[in-house]
Unconditional design. Structure first.
Length: 155
């Protein structure tokens, strides 16, 4: 085997190895992300938000709760960021009507935070916006266990 053949075969093997890793990375990126949601069984806006994250490709597990404060207390959701439903995705908490693209960005960037929240139940958020209306006029905050927040996104 001459030098040229050796180099070409080596490059070919490296390319095959790289493409295999690339394919694996693409498959992982396209795999649905699991999200566990705790909500009231009687809350219509919560059900609409569940539909929102499902349509964005999240694989949902939904638990209807009678006492939402109990689960929020157990999970350590700060009072100042609480909303009507709470979700767990990866190592993060999602509180309220957070848009799915922000959850995906959080997961991709692996930001050091406890989670994301849209405190309260502002109109214009996913699940609260009227059918056909754009999502607008609210902020998504990143929060820490001690209640400290910073703006993550503005709509």
């Amino acid at each position: 085997m001459n030098r040229r053949t050796f180099v070409l075969r080596g490059a070919g093997l490296a390319l095959v190895g790289f493409s295999g890793r690339w394919t694996t990375a693409l498959a992982a990126a396209s795999k649905p992300k699991a999200i566990t949601i705790y909500k009231s069984s009687t809350c219509g806006c919560c059900a609409k938000w569940v539909d929102h994250v499902r349509s964005a490709g999240f694989e949902t597990t939904v638990h209807d709760m009678e006492n939402m404060d109990e689960i929020k207390d157990q999970l350590g959701v700060p009072q100042a960021v609480r909303s009507c439903h709470t979700a767990l995705v990866g190592a993060y908490l999602i509180e309220g009507h957070v848009p799915a693209p922000d959850i995906k960005r959080l997961l991709a960037q692996r930001i050091k935070t406890m989670g994301l929240a849209v405190p309260g139940m502002p109109a214009g958020t996913p699940g609260m916006a009227q059918e056909g209306e754009p999502v607008k006029n609210f902020n998504v905050v990143a929060f820490q266990r001690d209640g400290e927040t910073r703006t993550f996104a503005r709509y």
